[in-house]
Design a protein around this ligand. Sequence first.
Ligand code: NAG
Ligand code: NAG
Length: 212
Amino acid sequence: MAPALNASPSFLVVLLFAFLGFSSGNVLFSTLPRTLVVSASPQPGQVLKAGEDKITVTWSLNGTAPAGTDTSYKTVQLKLCYAPVSQVDRAWRKTKDDLAKDKTCTHLMGSRPYEGGNQTYEYLVQKDVPTASYFVRAYALDGSKVQVGFGQTTDKAKDTNLFEVEAITGRHASLDIAASCFSAFSVLSLAGFFMAEKRRGSHPTPSPVANM
Ligand SMILES: *[C@@H]1O[C@H](CO)[C@@H](O)[C@H](O)[C@H]1NC(C)=O
Ligand SMILES: *[C@@H]1O[C@H](CO)[C@@H](O)[C@H](O)[C@H]1NC(C)=O
């Protein structure tokens, strides 16, 4: 018993630090100032095809933000976010104020160093983006990759200026599978052909002349 009792205070200290470290990393969305002005190329209601269409995102600091607001901004992280209409009955897309648990914006479009001024980024809608209504949100991250500000292409209620993504259809998917099976087959038959050639090369069949 004695060794365990001796060990416990330092163990508790370690636990406490772990807890503090963990909890201080959790940012609540409701505490973030909306400092970035963000726009994206899709028109309201436009339907984009996953794997084909692109989105151009533009952002800059809101001119009314107090001077020095962006001194801690190091990176801008761009995310594709589900509109509330596409979150209904889907717990895996649920919005949580704690950004570490939030599932609104699960699709990372990309990250760029924060430079001030107008910046743009072009994103190809990835094939794994499901059919849903979306908006774009940009997070300003500080040097420790902690969110310190944001901006988004929709209003606070997240119901205006939304666009749609149409996932790869069943027909597309089966074509993709057929195409990849076909190319795997060609690679295999090519490999088989070369192996057969190599074998023939290393054991040449005696020529009729040599037999004579
Ligand atoms: C800039 O911020 C102000 C104050 O928060 C806000 O009223 C205004 O709409 C913002 N401008 C843009 C272009 O988002
Ligand atoms: C960003 O672009 C907008 C319009 O495209 C322009 O009105 C604004 O002045 C630009 N801001 C900066 C900081 O370059």
